[in-house]
Write a protein that binds this ligand. Structure first.
Ligand code: HEM
Length: 498
């Protein structure tokens, strides 16, 4: 009995000490957060941020930041209350992404946001783990066979799903949300490419897919963590398994089960003769959780980005029929007026105007509108801005596309010609167009994505006329990891006469 009483009192004392320690630690963390975050800044920008008064004039945060960056003499601004330095200055971008790359990792704050969804996948790690995956993925994605495989997947999805779907609504006054269509299209493609699995999202009935829905929810709720005023808020919600954190957990469980099923199936059936990324990685990596993380990162990287790029490009084409008709002329010049549905790789390489038009669209509407790193040590950017260790620095492709200092006085115009000289495509400085990032972490799927988007544009405009019914408003975006149009892109299709 005595020993029971003494055990109870020992355990009560232990609980008390543990609880006190946790409380003290939380209070200390909160104090450090408050001291570091400069929550009391009274400058005009921080007040507008804190009171959200910018909403009166601008549709979204990106447009407000663009406005501030345009006014800044250095092309850099500082939102003190959230410790974020934002730059649209190409020299700073080169400094962060290339010259002082080692000092600007993605950092813990970012990897915490996406950690539950992406785990240790390439998108979410720094240092040796990143180097290992980058090397392995570059070897896989750099090969001719994998690109040819990606090209085959895309052609088949266009031929067997996209064109029949558009044809089924053509001439019927039936409005189709093109953004939704492209999200389904790119999800089918990236799943086939990454997992060797066809979710069939773009079938004629436009079916719901549990996996696609879980993936959407998981990306959305992970992105929402980044909008919380303090990371403590979502961390407490996660600890207590409440609200969106509970939904995020459930969505991730669906993804985990699905990935595990795929891995088990591959292991049973054998993966040596298969082309998908999962099978390719399975021969070098034997840890199932790591495999899952790597492949889920690819899904995130390659799905919404391509859909977003296509949606904006088609919106621009509906506003600029002269560009659409120049692309059709080029197609006819290079491929001839044969019935061949697809241009070959080499033929596409000859289409300089198409390439220029696509890059011009990405310049104005980058799928990843901004991206952040965290300074590991104090630093001074080339424009003189001082950065304290731990500060978040954001480069902003969306704002950069709208800066006269970067693209000249006609920067707001959609002008493919700015990329051409004597009808040949001329590459621009990578750091004034970091749409695929640039430097050591440049996008690994760039070539695949560009070919995918070109294939869709050529196949669709060759056969259909596209029209946006109702008012043609400028695109308005919802907050998230990738640029997404509020309300989608409703369009009408009509078959062209043969
Ligand atoms: C228009 C389409 C695309 C755009 C605009 C785009 C843009 C980007 C950007 C901005 C990053 C840097 C992200 C960051 O570090 O936070 C990135 C990284 C990456 N992208 Fe893409 N991407 C596209 C399509 C794709 C596709 C189709 C794939 C896969 C097949 C892919 C694979 C990757 C991978 C693996 C990384 C990580 C590279 C690293 O961290 O070293 N991307 N992409």
């Amino acid at each position: 009995m005595d020993s029971q009483v003494s055990f109870c009192s020992t355990s009560t004392a232990f609980c008390f000490v543990f609880f006190s320690f946790t409380l003290l630690f939380s209070l200390f963390s909160l104090l450090v957060f408050v001291l570091r975050s400069k929550l009391w800044c009274n400058c005009e920008t921080c007040q507008a941020y804190l009171t959200s008064s910018w909403i009166r004039e601008f549709d979204n945060l990106c447009d407000w930041y663009t406005h501030l960056l345009k006014k800044s003499t250095t092309g850099t601004i500082h939102i003190h209350v959230i410790g974020n330095i934002i730059t649209a200055n190409p020299v700073n971008v080169e400094h962060v992404l290339k010259n002082r790359f080692e000092n600007y990792p993605k950092g813990k704050p970012f990897s915490n946001l996406l950690g539950d969804l992406l785990g240790r996948g390439i998108f979410n790690v720094d240092g040796d783990s990143w180097k290992f995956q980058r090397k392995m993925a570059s070897l896989e994605l750099g090969g001719v066979s994998v690109r040819a495989h990606a090209f085959d997947i895309v052609k088949s999805e266009i031929q067997s799903r996209l064109l029949p779907l558009l044809s089924s609504v053509a001439g019927k006054e039936q409005v189709l949300d093109l953004q939704d269509v492209f999200r389904r299209f790119s999800f089918d493609n990236i799943c086939k490419f990454s997992f060797g699995l066809d979710p069939g999202c773009l079938k004629l009935s436009l079916p719901a897919s549990e996996f696609a829905e879980a993936f959407d929810l998981a990306s959305k709720f992970s992105a929402q963590r980044g909008q919380a005023y303090s990371p403590l808020l979502w961390k407490v919600k996660r600890l207590l398994n409440l609200g969106t954190e509970k939904q995020l957990k459930e969505a991730i469980k669906v993804l985990d089960e699905f990935a595990q099923e795929m891995i088990d199936q591959r292991r049973k059936e054998g993966f040596s003769g298969r082309n998908d990324l999962l099978s390719r990685f399975m021969s070098t990596i034997h840890d199932d959780k790591y495999l899952r993380d790597i492949v889920i990162s690819f899904l995130l990287a390659g799905r919404d980005t391509v859909a977003s790029g296509l949606t904006s490009f088609f919106w621009l084409l509906t506003q600029h029929p002269e560009v659409e008709s120049a692309i059709r002329d080029e197609l006819e010049r290079v491929v001839g007026s044969s019935d061949e549905q697809f241009a070959s790789f080499n033929q596409m390489r000859e289409m300089h105007y198409l390439h220029a038009a696509l890059y011009e669209s990405l310049r104005l509407f980058p799928p990843v509108q901004f991206d952040s790193k965290f300074a590991q040590e104090d630093d001074i950017l080339p424009d003189g801005t001082f950065l304290r260790k731990g500060t978040r620095v954001t480069y902003h492709p969306y704002a950069m596309g709208r800066m006269e200092q970067v693209w000249g006085s006609d920067c707001l115009e959609f002008k493919p010609e700015r990329w051409l000289k004597n009808e040949k495509y001329i590459p621009q400085d990578l750091y004034k167009f970091p749409v695929f990032q640039a430097g050591k972490r440049v996008c690994l799927g760039k070539e695949i994505a560009v070919v995918e988007m070109k294939c869709v544009v050529l196949a669709v405009i060759k056969r259909f006329k596209i029209q946006v019914p109702g008012l043609n408003q400028a695109p308005r975006f919802v907050p998230g990891l990738t640029a997404t149009l509020r309300g989608g892109l409703p369009v009408l299709f009509q078959e062209r006469e043969a």
